[in-house]
Design a protein around this ligand. Sequence first.
Ligand code: ATP
Length: 348
Amino acid sequence: MAQIELRNVGKRWGDFVGVHDFNLTIPDKEFLVLLGPSGCGKTTTMRMIAGLEDASNGDILIDGTVVNGMEPKDRDVAMVFQSYALYPNMNVYENIRFPLKVRGIDPKLHDEKVRRASAMVELDDFLHRKPAELSGGQRQRVALARAIVREPNVFLMDEPLSNLDAKLRVSTRAQIKNLSHELAVTTIYVTHDQIEAMTLADRVVVMEKGVVQQVGNPTEIYDRPANTFVAGFIGNPAMNLIEGQVRAGVFTAPGVEISGLSAPDGAATLGYRAEDASVVEFGGHINAPIYSLELLGDATMVTVRIGQTLVNVRADKSFRAEIGDAVSISVPAGICHMFDGQTGARIE
Ligand code: ATP
């Protein structure tokens, strides 16, 4: 069992703050994803938990014990990196077995443990192969098995899928999800890929510039983004955001008029998701010329331009029009998200 607690944990190098005071309790067995763009401080946060980086301030606790200053090897965490760093001269079996040797585990137990871990990642048939004789996905599974074989209290995974091609990423992602369910070990997973975050996580921490923007389960993050940063980062496509003005519950921007909103008068940013809106014959809330049309197979993504902003709507796959044609989009108040025009914070 392993509960991890971060109390005001921060990291600075000189004047530069990589991670601002981070407060979070990660309960035992939770699959937590740290999500954000490059440079937002995800890896640094994970490295501080692993003990590979000292925190500049704050305390890190594992099961109630402060671990600041404790060696990585004493923290009972296993890390999986994007570069899998396998030993090229050892075959798969020996690679997976290696952590058991290093940790002085009774050799009589090795074979059973290696076979159990390799079966979990479906590598049973590859045990005699060298890393050079494996595909990228198989190598990543060896790295996973090497973490699993240690039976750690915590898994730390830093972009483990980023070196795989798109198809393999999807299948390995499903495998990680299945494994985490089977192993039920506290896992912290770093990614900049919001789809990975949404599909894997029990809870997601969205970070930007070293600051936590929102913590929540995937549904909360998707349905109720805390600010325009989260709204513009989550979803495929991300939420449409339009800057405008609210007066007496009516939002206006060039080519846009939406009434019935509960937001105070003044500058505001309105958000809506492409899949919640619809194309209508006439009388919609957004009226603008078509900027582009993309066939998605099961639907057509229609993008229009309002002022300097591009926004889109998911239309039926049978939708027919030309670039430049006028289109009307229904965006009723009920599907809208309102954000403060200055701070970008959600208005509720
Ligand atoms: P990526 O997805 O690109 O790996 P990240 O969110 O994991 O990004 P971090 O690696 O945690 O980001 O880096 C956070 C910030 O701290 C970045 O701006 C980075 O340049 C900075 N940083 C990281 N290590 C150091 C260091 N040793 N000295 C100074 N600045 C650093």
